[in-house]
Unconditional design. Structure first.
Length: 168
């Protein structure tokens, strides 16, 4: 097992370092490749930043397509599905955003869906997932942009949640 050390959590509550292990992320990527052979991965250093190149999942709505992807493939980013909550860092109430209005149809071509990463109930600074779904039958998910962090076995110190002043 290969691990990298020194990844900063970015929460103003913990100091030190912890391990980042990619074995389960590699396994999840192999599962995604098996399901969608044309999938492409873009990394920035050791971090997976984008998944693209083919449809990555489907649903009966944009929200369902995104949820199906998270429940099945969030591991490609090294996070568990329960670490992702709808919302974004600027406005937790914003979960979906229609994109590319088409004057001819009077509809939007895409829906962007936003998720924030939490660890032990605490937000991970700057860690988010943005999914793009085409608004057409089957609602194909076509892009996943990630700022997620694989925190491995890290857990927040007891009482840390009380010292966080999110949004301050």
């Amino acid at each position: 097992m290969r691990c990298r050390f020194g990844l900063s959590l970015g929460l103003v509550l913990a100091s030190g370092s912890f391990g980042w292990c990619s074995d389960r992320a590699d396994e999840a990527r192999n599962m995604l490749r098996a399901a969608f052979p044309d999938v492409q991965f873009y990394t920035e250093g050791p971090q997976l930043a984008q998944v693209y190149g083919t449809d990555l999942g489907y649903g009966s709505s944009a929200e369902e397509a995104a949820d199906n992807f998270i429940q099945t493939f969030s591991g490609v980013f090294g996070v568990a599905p329960d670490e992702l909550q709808p919302g974004n860092a600027v406005n937790d109430g914003l979960y979906t955003l229609p994109l590319m209005y088409d004057d001819n149809t009077g509809m939007y071509n895409f829906t962007a869906l936003y998720y924030r990463q939490y660890k032990d109930g605490l937000p991970v600074y700057g860690a988010d997932l943005r999914l793009l779904v085409r608004n057409e039958p089957g609602y194909p998910l076509v892009l996943a942009n990630s700022g997620l962090r694989d925190l491995g076995a890290y857990s927040a110190p007891a009482g840390a949640a009380m010292s966080v002043a999110e949004g301050a």
